[in-house]
Design a protein around this ligand. Structure first.
Ligand code: ADP
Ligand code: MG
Length: 255
């Protein structure tokens, strides 16, 4: 059975989308069949893979509100083994539709149930809020990957996320585990980043992944070319780091 991993942190700009896209591409390069689900109405994961978000025929929205079958929403990408269910700003409508439904937070889980045998990994890129879309992702996930940018307020935001995870474990999804906290955009020359990184390890121990994603301009450039870092610059530090992350997660979980 494929592992469903939600990439979540309610803070914006911490590297959720960069991690979702490049982890998905790295797993695909290791010959895993991967589905990337863009749960953010900003559609950044969709665009990062070179797909026109405003031309989507069927997107996550139609699947969540039951207007389309999930298979109709899955697109091939130019990356071998990597498939996408894309989004655009229409997805904001889902929030309203789902909130009035008592099973509103379980729509994604139900929709992907049949797919779990078909993929080795399903990666869900979450929006930067704890809304119905994120709840759908947390309810559907086996594991959670939390990108953390090692800066002053990082730890504070994490305690709110941990409370949410606990609430989800007690209600929607008792099986949800933390696959790892991932340090992103790390600059070794920055003392504050090193301090926060050490505090993170003190506080969360083994939950902190060994792989650290460095700050690397190539990672920021790749999306504007519609490519993952592996197509854009396989020799970059960013590419090496995301391949290492894929390896570490394959070792730690059943991908
Ligand atoms: P989120 O999805 O959490 O909002 P993004 O992945 O979109 O965060 O990252 C925020 C910004 O930082 C983007 O412009 C992205 O290109 C850039 N970025 C992300 N990770 C890195 C990195 N390791 N090095 C340099 N820039 C990065
Ligand atoms: Mg994002």
């Amino acid at each position: 059975m494929g592992r469903v991993i939600a990439v979540a942190n309610q803070k914006g700009g911490v590297g959720k989308t960069t991690t979702s896209v490049n982890l998905a591409a790295a797993l695909a390069r290791f010959e895993k069949k991967v589905l990337l689900i863009d749960m953010d109405p900003q559609g950044n994961s969709t665009v990062s893979l070179g797909i026109e978000k405003d031309d989507l025929q069927t997107s996550v929205l139609e699947v969540l509100v039951g207007e389309s079958k999930i298979k109709e929403a899955i697109l091939e990408t130019h990356v071998e083994n990597l498939f996408l269910m894309g989004s655009n700003s229409d997805l904001t409508a889902a929030e309203v539709a789902l909130i009035d439904d008592d099973k509103g937070s379980l729509k994604l889980k139900k929709a992907i149930k049949k797919l779990k045998g078909e993929y080795d990994a399903i990666i869900i890129d979450c929006p930067p809020t704890l809304n119905m879309l994120t709840l759908n992702a947390l309810a559907a996930a086996d594991g959670l990957l939390v990108p953390v940018q090692c800066e002053y307020f990082a730890l504070e935001g994490l305690s709110a996320l941990m409370d949410t995870i606990q609430a989800v474990q007690q209600s929607l999804n008792s099986e949800l585990t933390i696959d790892g906290l991932l340090r992103t955009m790390h600059d070794r020359r920055n003392n504050l980043a090193n301090d926060v990184s050490n505090q993170l390890v003190e506080h969360f121990g083994m939950k902190v992944l060994q792989t650290i994603i460095p700050r690397n301009v190539r990672l920021a450039e790749a999306p504007s070319h519609g490519e993952s870092i592996l197509e854009y610059d396989i020799g970059s530090n960013g590419a090496v780091a995301y391949l290492a992350l894929a390896n570490e997660l394959m070792r730690r979980t059943q991908i």
